[in-house]
Design a protein around this ligand. Structure first.
Ligand code: GSH
Length: 244
């Protein structure tokens, strides 16, 4: 029996979609991987993208900050009825979970500061080709959520989003060539060599988002890069977190 069997389930707020099984969004995916890795009981509350501000404000969740400093209500939000904690932001949540439930650490060997620095470095690579995932994202949301999503995302990435898909594909492949080089700086299969960490969860969450929103032939194209590294990383993380 799990050591956490007497616990109340934690509650993860995630975005609903029209894909089977709903999930597609990379930020809540990180929390789902961490909860699963740590064998913590949890339930998911699925929220329409357009209802994120209403649903999160209603439970008293704190807003996040946009790059320009303005407030924005985001998911994931995690509520932990065992401690009363209510946390916004995937990195804050990861940090909370590792401190509160330290077994099976996701920030091993005091790696939290370095992984905090890793995430924006990794995201800045993906940012060059972000329109691709935005366009595909609009295809799996309800009409009200598409409207909201476009309004929210054009604050940082102005329309049009599908000007030059070929160039975006090249940028995305280039970004992954860099991440591939990072992975190959050690012999192990993880960013930290033989040690699994939240850095691998970050990468896998984005890979999962691509796999979920891209067309089947587009995911085949993505999967062919770097000798199949990306399907392998995703499969390895899913296995490590017992999510596959
Ligand atoms: N840094 C935040 C980013 C969260 C985020 O941007 N979430 C998106 C969904 S993946 C969201 O809720 N966006 C709402 C909006 O932009 O209005 C985190 O890691 O949790």
């Amino acid at each position: 029996m799990s050591q956490y069997s007497t616990m109340l389930p934690l509650v993860l707020y995630d975005i609903v979609s029209n894909l089977p099984g709903n999930h597609f969004s990379p930020n809540p995916a990180k929390t789902r991987f961490v909860l699963s890795y740590k064998n913590l009981p949890f339930v998911t509350l699925w929220v329409e993208y357009s209802d994120i501000p209403i649903a999160t404000k209603a439970i008293g969740a704190k807003p996040n900050k946009r790059r320009d400093g303005s407030e924005v209500y985001t998911v994931p939000v995690l509520s932990d009825p065992n401690t009363g904690a209510l946390i916004t932001d995937s990195l804050e949540i990861a940090s909370y979970l590792d401190k509160t439930y330290p077994e099976k650490p996701i920030f091993p060997n005091s790696s939290e500061p370095l992984i905090c620095a890793f995430e924006p470095a990794y995201l800045s690579l993906l940012q060059h080709a972000i329109k691709l995932i935005f366009v595909r994202g609009t295809e799996i949301l309800s009409p009200a959520s598409v409207k909201f999503f476009i309004k929210a995302r054009t604050v940082d990435v102005p329309l049009p989003w599908d000007v030059n898909p070929d160039a975006d594909w090249e940028l995305l492949e280039k970004a992954h060539n860099t991440v591939y080089e990072w992975y190959h700086k050690t012999d192990g299969k993880w960013i930290m060599g033989d040690t699994f960490s939240y850095a691998d969860i970050i990468v896998a969450s984005w890979l999962l988002a691509y796999k979920r929103v891209l067309k089947a032939d587009e995911w085949v194209r993505f999967s062919s890069w770097n000798g199949g590294k990306w399907t392998q990383v995703l499969a390895d993380v899913e296995k490590e977190c017992t999510l596959s």
